[in-house]
Write a protein of this length. Structure first.
Length: 338
């Protein structure tokens, strides 16, 4: 399991967003930000990778491209990324305590680091962006940062699809709210210089971050975060997926996991028809998906209005994996999607 004992002297500074929908890792390299993204689906590896059962040469498909990553470290094996549900049942852990420490989160981090580092031995400083709900209370934010540092700091040796990687994490910063990271990305260049002009720095900017599990609302004005207009809630796209799952169970007797239901919601949000298989036949469930998404939109609008009111004084940055499904015209404000 171990790789070469000598770790590179170069300290790589990485930013990690361990989202419920996708895990994102970014690094400034010269004048560009290089990012890696991986679906946050994780499943316990309970069988050998090759079952020996196939269709032979009758049907040819790009099998390797459909496979999730196999992540292993002493005593643990997980499948991570796209199409996990085709191999094992995904672990649907959505509580905020997952950030303190969970083996599923470790597997997700290791898989994302693999995409960035591709094996070898490395020194890393890690900045982690977390939901507003986790960081809003100062004491809780300090507790989470200490807890994350407790399992992150130190040496990590793991394999992803057989490729060995060793990472020495020497620094951890876990107090950056995900919407603040959006504001930095919008307003600054890769050297940390403000590029949007003085008026944009002074003007109130509303950031609406709609993720898979959380909805965060935050206002920045004059370079300061407004405590009054900062709020977070577990009101992400998962709510629409849950409602769609309930509708399809009642109307068609289907038993979809959250990720499958979320995939149907995303198809609708991207202007595609949502289809599910009922007794082997494709059934158009676009109407049900639209109902579920419309109900979520109403909840989101009500939450935003409670947090900041109905005024149009804000520039709006709309971000997160669920941003495309929000129907932003209903927010009654101009917006800049991220």
């Amino acid at each position: 399991m171990s790789v070469a004992s000598r770790t590179s002297d170069t300290l790589r500074r990485l930013g990690w967003d361990p989202g419920f929908s996708s895990s994102k890792l970014g690094e400034v390299q010269g004048t560009a930000i290089v990012t890696q993204m991986l679906f946050s689906t994780v499943g316990l590896c309970t069988h050998a990778e090759e079952s020996g059962i196939s269709l032979g040469d009758v049907v040819r498909t790009p099998q390797r491209s459909l496979r999730p990553l196999h992540v292993a470290w002493p005593g643990y094996e997980y499948l991570v990324g796209a199409n996990v549900s085709a191999f094992v049942r995904p672990v649907e852990r959505l509580d905020l305590q997952r950030f303190s420490d969970s083996t599923e989160l470790r597997a997700l981090l290791y898989a994302t680091l693999h995409k960035c580092l591709d094996g070898g031995s490395h020194r890393v400083a890690l900045v982690i962006a977390l939901p507003v709900e986790v960081l809003q209370d100062k004491a809780e934010a300090q507790r989470v940062e200490r807890a994350m540092g407790g399992w992150l700091l130190g040496r990590h040796d793991f394999k992803v699809d057989g490729v060995a990687t060793g990472v020495e994490i020497s620094q951890v910063r876990a107090r950056v709210a995900q919407p603040v990271a959006t504001w930095f990305d919008w307003g600054m260049d890769c050297t940390g210089q403000w590029i949007q002009g003085a008026d944009a720095l002074r003007a109130p900017t509303l950031i609406i971050d709609e993720g898979y599990n959380t909805l965060d609302v935050l206002v920045v004005q004059g370079g300061q975060v407004s405590v009054r207009h900062t709020a977070g809630e577990t009101l992400g796209m998962r709510r629409a997926a849950e409602r769609l799952g309930e509708l399809l169970s009642r109307r068609h007797g289907l038993d979809l996991d959250l990720r499958q239901a979320d995939g149907l919601i995303r198809r609708l949000a991207n202007g595609q028809r949502a289809e599910a298989y009922v007794e082997g036949q494709a059934v158009d469930v676009t109407a049900e998906a639209r109902q579920a998404l419309s109900a979520l939109e109403a909840d989101v609008v009500a939450f935003v209005e409670r947090a900041v009111g109905r005024g149009r004084q804000f520039r709006v940055l709309l971000t997160g994996g669920g941003a495309v499904g929000l129907a932003p015209r209903r927010l009654n404000c101009s917006r800049t999607p991220r």
